[in-house]
Design a protein around this ligand. Sequence first.
Ligand code: KIV
Ligand code: ZN
Length: 512
Amino acid sequence: MSDKLIIFDTTLRDGEQSPGASMNKDEKLRIARQLERLRVDVIEAGFAASSNGDFEAVQCIANAIKDSTICSLSRANDRDISRAAEALKGANSARIHTFIATSALHMEKKLRMTPDQVFEQARLAVRFARNLVNDVEFSPEDGYRSDVDFLCRVIEAVINEGATTINVPDTVGYAVPELYGAFIKNLRERIPNSDKAIWSVHCHNDLGMAVANSLAGIKIGGARQVECTINGLGERAGNCSLEEVVMAVKTRRDYFQLDLGIDTKHILAASRMVSQTTGFIVQPNKAVVGANAFAHASGIHQDGVLKARDTYEIMRAEDVGWSANKIVLGKLSGRNAFKQRLLELGAQMSSEVEINAAFSKFKELADRKSEIFDEDILALVSDESVTNEKEQYGFVSLSQHSETGERPQATIVFTIDSKEVQGSSDGNGPVDASLKAIESHVKSGAEMVLYSVNAISGSTESQGEVTVRLQDGGRVVNGVGADPDIVVASAKAYLSALNKLHNKSDRVAAQG
Ligand code: KIV
Ligand code: ZN
């Protein structure tokens, strides 16, 4: 048994299934590049057969990413598996992950299939996939609630057909650590050919135990792959969080005795990128990546940390990408210093053109804000106007007036296909007036399903980061904008969401 724990990231597949978290191809590629920097072993890039958008995203990631294995999910049928193989053609290392439900409840009520039919379909699917790629993962969906005898039968058969990884999902987050660990151990002991595959854990967080269950599956059950997502993103209460499971195994190496390939200093940048892209804000007290994760508020703790940091710190903030030197750059900083800081933050950009665009945004910001924090830089890197040169809508300027007892008014100038237009409106507040001023021209008719504001770096001098989620005809998109003026940030976020709605070609649908 290998002593390395394989990190299988499914932010772009299971994470993306979270309502409102769907991402387009460019966003997925940007996150995939960050996962590669993080040195994630396997990136589940999507579910190629679920939509053309998802197919293209898997294909584009398979062509671009060279250091991680790229995986596509597929149901246990020939069409899905062929689509996955087709999308993965350009990958240096490709994996097909095929699944079918094995619990009595799912087989009877969802699939309307008998156990024998499911058994046969699982076997044939793995056989078919193995003819297309060497690396095939099989998941018995709702595995943890499946009959153990039946599960043993299915798993033994798919290993005989050549499955190289067996993943045991706790699809509905029902497990508790000791029982889940013992469940995996029992399967491995009972299945005669269990040593021919790597065992994997996949836990959902409905009872808040996804990380604990995964760790038990590793420690008690002997699993050597963990499936996880950045920030624990995922359907309902989400998946096992990558940053937590990785830092638990790393910090408690004395107990787990497992090696990891992960370069943990890129964790924070990955967390910021996923949060900004999806609009799913990270709670301040979230382990590892929350704003307070390394903040010591009580006098006793502060005193202890100043005397010897390990009195209250079990991990070093720098090891996951937090900077000790919070104020990093100002308006006199040059392009090289900016580029160097991007490197240190693990937020490299993919071309010199992007670096130039980000640097000119940085200069604009530095003119208005004397201290530029790491968080400001990470927000710049995620700004779509930096990474996408061609956008339909672009922000130019905004003026608004609000006074107690009077209805706020806003006038906005923005571009539509590079041509400047101006719109004015009143509204319940300055943000409402500004967004209505945009709508007065665009007339998208989209419904706003989320509006949220987050201070990027603590104080009132901070930039506001706004997320706007729009829904139109079954499509849901997120727009993010950052600016020291939160009304401007809101207008930018709204225009960014409209750009995504407009860009129908790269639409990516979440798994149905
Ligand atoms: O939770 C689950 O069962 C899944 C499978 C498709 C692996 O995501
Ligand atoms: Zn899942």
